[in-house]
Design a binder for this molecule. Structure first.
Ligand code: ADP
Ligand code: MG
Length: 574
């Protein structure tokens, strides 16, 4: 087959431009990205082999190689993992499937200066393409395990790439970078230097569970004329040196591992360029032993609320990865958590279906859930700023648990906070609300709506504002559901200011009561007439004490769906 030339997808081209002219100062991370991909490819092959799903694949010596060549100014990262088919190369390397790419590029356009762009790259990460920070040309040679022929892909990172079919490609993938001239950028190091490579691998990829070997080129066949040739005599290539310790971080004691090391593991499994917000360790001893290392990301992914969101933890059995995204280990409302669980006594070839039923998996899920919730509680006390970030990013997801996880409802309520009319409007816990309640107030008042502004401008709020009664302002779609499911907190009912008759307690004495009765008499004709006129759309027109300025408002029955909730159910097709 001849060499064919293709154009990059528009988004891909924009990202590549960014990489080529990158202002990102930490260029060393390109190697971390290539090693991370190689490691994923080896994991995938072993998983396929475990499931007898890799006929013809060679799994005898799975490893990663890094081969620098100072004369040619190239650096090659090679793995003998799963590889890619011709189709996959075009699909995975020629386009960008990351959700959120469009949003990212949008933000990037707005970033006027280099510092802004750098910050965005650091937030987004660009995996394979980061090679173009240090290379003016990249070649990828790959053969899918079990297939006969391979594919060579090359690009200079500009508008196009080429692909051709090759007959003699080894299993797996090798990526060769043709390095930019060293003096083209003062952030560029000599990436063919063994010392530099070792330093980078140690720093970013030490925990990778596959051997990362440094391959030094064979010495030239003939000794240079006049040289004493002492080193060349009898030499062959040196035995490749393994650069990483391959120690599973979750099996090492806390004191032995630095925060940076944990963070690098997170970046690898989370495909994220940013540090995690929180790292949570758990070592379960006893009859069913396991270790877990869980990470809360610093930012919610863009697709967290979409159907196909890929969630789950990596499940290992005695250091062998047996499942990449095991959903059964955490409830859906913790789907943003990334991490690793390594169990001592599970079968190596359990299926997803069996795992969903497995007693031990369920035990682990309960324990991990409690551990995570208690970590959030600690965070609240120890590091309120971090908690604020956590809640901003993940509060809307966590609140799903108030509906679905009765067992942990109290723990969830303890770490939940809500915008409120009190003070500067910053979020409050229910506990905080209770502490501020005045004598005689029996209910916890809230109002749901689409935005804080629409709620604050609602006529329902008038009487509450007037009397200085605090109201929680709930704007997430799930809010309407959990307030119903939870019902009360510490014996105080949760009560919508938009539902049913509101009697603002102690403040309306007997006089007020008789006054209202008299008014009702006086206006009976008018109310009757209005009820008749509006018969189609409403149940009843009545006098209200909840308004101070607005002439009228619409109220639903205490047990009826609010308009927003009706919309939500309709959207869900129910
Ligand atoms: P990510 O790793 O976050 O998916 P990358 O840009 O690093 O993003 O890689 C894009 C995709 O290309 C990977 O998801 C993988 O499917 C494929 N890929 C990259 N490198 C390799 C490799 N060495 N072996 C097999 N597939 C690879
Ligand atoms: Mg990657």
């Amino acid at each position: 087959m001849p060499t064919e030339t293709f154009e990059f997808q528009v988004e891909a081209r924009q990202l590549l431009q960014l990489m080529i002219h990158s202002v990102y100062s930490n260029k060393d991370v390109f190697l971390r990205e290539l090693v991370s991909n190689a490691s994923d490819a080896l994991d995938k092959l072993r998983l396929a082999a475990l499931r007898d799903d890799a006929p013809g694949a060679d799994t005898s010596d799975l490893h990663i190689e890094i081969e620098p060549d100072g004369d040619a100014r190239t650096l090659t990262v090679r793995d003998n993992g799963i590889g890619m088919t011709h189709d996959e190369v075009g699909r995975l390397i020629g386009t960008i499937a990351h959700s959120g790419t469009a949003a990212f590029l949008e933000e990037l356009k707005e970033a006027k200066d280099a510092a802004g762009a750098e910050g965005l790259i650091g937030q987004f990460g660009v995996g394979f393409y980061s090679g173009f920070m240090v290379a003016d040309e990249m070649t990828l040679l790959t053969r899918r395990a079990g297939e006969a022929r391979g594919t060579r892909w090359t690009s200079r990172g500009e508008g196009t790439y080429t692909m051709e079919t090759v007959d003699d490609a080894p299993q797996g993938t090798s990526v060769t970078l043709h390095l930019k001239p060293a003096d083209s950028d003062d952030q560029l190091h000599d990436y063919t230097s063994a010392r530099k490579i070792k330093e980078i691998v140690k720093k970013y990829s030490d925990f990778i569970t596959w051997p990362i070997r440094l391959v030094t080129p064979a010495p030239a066949q003939e000794a240079p004329a006049g040289g004493d040739g002492a080193e060349a005599a009898g030499g062959g290539p040196a035995a490749p040196e393994t650069l990483n310790s391959m120690k599973a971080l979750w099996a090492r004691s806390r004191e032995e591992v630095s925060d940076d090391e944990y963070h690098e593991l997170y970046k690898h499994i989370g495909h994220d360029w940013r540090d995690p917000l929180e790292t949570v360790r758990l070592q379960a001893e006893g009859t069913f032993e396991y270790q877990a290392l869980l990470f809360v990301p610093a930012h919610a992914p863009h697709d967290l609320f979409t159907q196909g969101f890929r969630r789950g933890l990596q499940l290992y059995v005695k250091r062998v990865l047996i499942m990449d995204d095991c959903e059964a280990l955490l409830p859906s409302y913790l789907r943003f958590v990334k991490g690793v669980v390594d169990a001592q006594d599970l079968s190596l070839n359990v299926s997803r279906e069996i795992l969903q039923q497995d007693r031990h998996i369920r035990m682990m899920q309960r324990r991990l859930t409690k551990k995570l919730l208690s970590s959030v509680k600690d965070m609240m006390a120890r590091n309120p700023e971090r908690y604020t970030t956590f809640w901003r990013e993940f509060g809307a997801v966590l609140k799903e648990g108030l509906v679905t996880d009765a067992e942990n409802r109290d723990a969830l309520l303890a770490v939940s906070s809500f915008p409120t009319t009190y003070g500067d409007g910053g979020p409050t816990t229910l506990k905080g609300y209770l502490e501020r309640m005045e004598d005689g107030q029996e209910d916890i008042y809230y109002l749901t709506g689409e935005s804080r502004r629409s709620i604050e401008n609602s006529p329902h709020m008038e009487a509450f504002r007037d009397r200085g009664i605090e109201v929680l302002l709930l704007t997430d779609p799930v809010d309407e559901v959990w307030v119903d499911a939870v019902g009360e907190y510490e014996g105080k009912p949760m009560r919508s200011v938009a539902k049913g008759e509101i009697d603002l307690g102690g403040r309306t004495g007997d006089d007020a009561g008789t006054e209202r009765e008299q008014q009702a008499d006086a206006y009976a004709d008018l109310l009757g007439w209005m009820t008749e006129q509006l018969d189609e759309g409403i149940k009843e027109v009545r006098l209200s004490s909840r308004l101070t300025v607005s002439p009228a408002c619409i109220v639903s029955d205490a047990h009826e769906l609010t308009p927003a909730l009706e919309n939500m159910y309709r959207a869900m097709g129910q």
